[in-house]
Write a protein that binds this ligand. Structure first.
Ligand SMILES: *Cc1c(COP(=O)(O)O)cnc(C)c1O
Length: 470
């Protein structure tokens, strides 16, 4: 047995031999020799282990080369692979949340291909502030006196708590001690910021008197948190912002709200008018509101703190800010997106556009997609069906977002198999499934995606000869 394994191990070609294969030169140009060696070493190492463990019983040199080549080619192309999002989830965190509008892409390029005034004032020839590029725009869009941008909303909440309530108490309703996903948990963030969490009320009901009774000499802050993708229904009570704001004023406390997805545009057209906007929260008396840039705002990944200038100024002076600052590309993209709002052109921001598409428009898109697929892939059984889309990003939980989609089955291919093939295709398509049908939600398709999607299905048909994709 041992001898047999030794024999097999000896059949593995030496590294030099593998490196002298003709195809290797081409890959070496893409990645360099060192990377090449390291991938070969990995593949050989895994093979040796498999031989010793008995999970592999023969050496196939061609297979070794093929495996190494596939891994190398994958490493040579961008790891952030473009994806066609056919899930109908608009703010899909795993798929990169918001797609940026063209203006933002142009701005990113302009900001990075040359030096810029990121932290420089041309008028006086001295150091400037990177936040200055967006503060006025944010104030215009939210109605806030002042605003500060950090790396994401989690950072915004952390900064506010650490700068304004460290070693003091922060009062929060038990109904709002939520976990957002990706391990953002309010109690943990509070602990990390060094503020003492004082929980009030119960999971389903919290009253103004609960807050009032909890306030002591050591209280710094009242915290309100958007419960995001969690909702309490039935016997439920929370305190109005106006009442909490009055309490905060009376007791000289700071009223901070983590609003999460940060609705800025009027989304009433989509039937999604129920979410509190940043401006409404500030109008109701909240001192500081935090929200994400890449959720409903439709911009790059950032977090905003918007609100009273005197408090924002305290945040500006807090040392942690330096560790949370955003890059010039991000600021450039944000600036461009905010200007679209000012000009009343937010309808051209992909996230906003997707959310405000009418049912008629979605139905037309689904019809077009279905006929494209039928042409490219005649074996497919295609149906245009009503579907339920989702806002995503923790906004509007449970609120149905009616949409249209195309359901598809292929002869003798399970929906799971087809989903997998589409994910691994070029371009990659991430689609939903329902019973044993793959479902393409058209809301989240971008211009040109329908054609690509139909072509991806058609390519399977041609490539495999017999049935489409089988
Ligand atoms: C999404 C969300 C966060 C986290 O925001 P990021 O920008 O992802 O860091 C925090 N709080 C609430 C209420 C959220 O919805």
């Amino acid at each position: 047995m041992r001898d047999e394994i030794q024999n097999l191990l000896r059949k593995i070609p030496p590294m030099d031999e593998l490196l002298s294969r003709p195809w290797v030169n081409e890959v070496e140009e893409l990645l360099g020799r060192r990377a090449l060696k390291s991938v070969f070493a990995d593949v050989i190492g895994e093979l040796r282990l498999a031989l010793r463990e008995g999970t592999c019983e023969a050496i196939d040199v061609a297979a070794i080369e093929q495996e190494a080549r596939a891994r190398l080619l994958a490493k040579a192309s961008p790891s952030l692979h473009p994806v066609i999002n056919a899930t109908g989830v608009v703010v899909h965190t795993n798929l990169g949340r918001s797609v940026l509008p063209q203006e933002a892409l142009d701005a990113v390029r302009l900001s990075s291909e040359r030096y810029s005034t990121l932290e420089y004032r041309l008028d006086v020839g001295e150091r400037g502030e990177r936040n200055d590029h967006v503060e006025w725009l944010l104030s215009q869009v939210t109605g806030a006196d002042a605003a500060l941008v950090v790396n994401n909303n989690a950072a915004a909440v952390l900064l506010c708590l650490a700068a304004l309530a460290k070693d003091k108490e922060s009062v929060v309703s038990r109904g709002e001690l939520v976990e957002i996903g990706g391990s953002f948990r309010i109690p943990d963030v509070m602990a990390f910021a060094g503020t003492r969490m004082v929980e009030v009320g119960t999971t389903n009901r919290t009253h103004l008197s609960d807050y009032a009774k909890a306030v002591t000499e050591s209280t710094a802050l009242l915290l309100k948190v958007h419960p995001s993708n969690y909702r309490i229904v039935g016997f439920h009570a929370e305190v109005e912002r106006e009442a909490l704001a009055a309490l905060a004023r009376e007791k000289e406390l700071i009223f901070l709200e983590d609003l999460g997805s940060g609705v800025v545009a009027d989304l009433a057209a989509s039937g999604l008018g129920s979410e509190t906007t940043v401006a409404q929260s500030l109008m109701a008396g909240v001192d500081l509101v935090t929200f994400s840039g890449d959720k409903l705002l439709g911009g790059p990944q950032i977090g905003v703190v918007a609100g009273r200038k005197q408090l924002i100024d305290r945040l500006r002076r807090f040392p942690l800010l330096r560790a949370l600052r955003v890059d010039k590309m991000t600021l450039a993209a944000l600036e461009a997106v905010l200007r679209l709002y000012l000009r009343g052109q937010e309808g051209t921001i992909p996230t906003v556009a997707m959310l405000t598409l009418s049912l008629d428009a979605l139905k037309r898109r689904a019809d077009v997609l279905a006929s494209m697929i039928a042409t490219r892939c005649p074996e497919a059984d295609v149906d245009v069906i009503p579907v339920e889309d989702a806002v995503g990003g923790g906004a509007y939980p449970e609120q149905p977002l009616q949409g249209w989609g195309v359901a598809l089955t292929l002869p003798s291919v399970s929906s799971g198999t087809l989903q997998r093939r589409l994910r691994l295709g070029e371009p990659a398509v991430v689609a939903a499934a329902e019973k044993d049908r793959v479902v393409f939600h058209v809301r989240t398709l971008l211009e040109g995606d329908a054609g690509l999607l139909a072509a991806a299905l058609g390519a399977q048909a041609e490539g495999r000869g017999s049935g489409c994709g089988s």
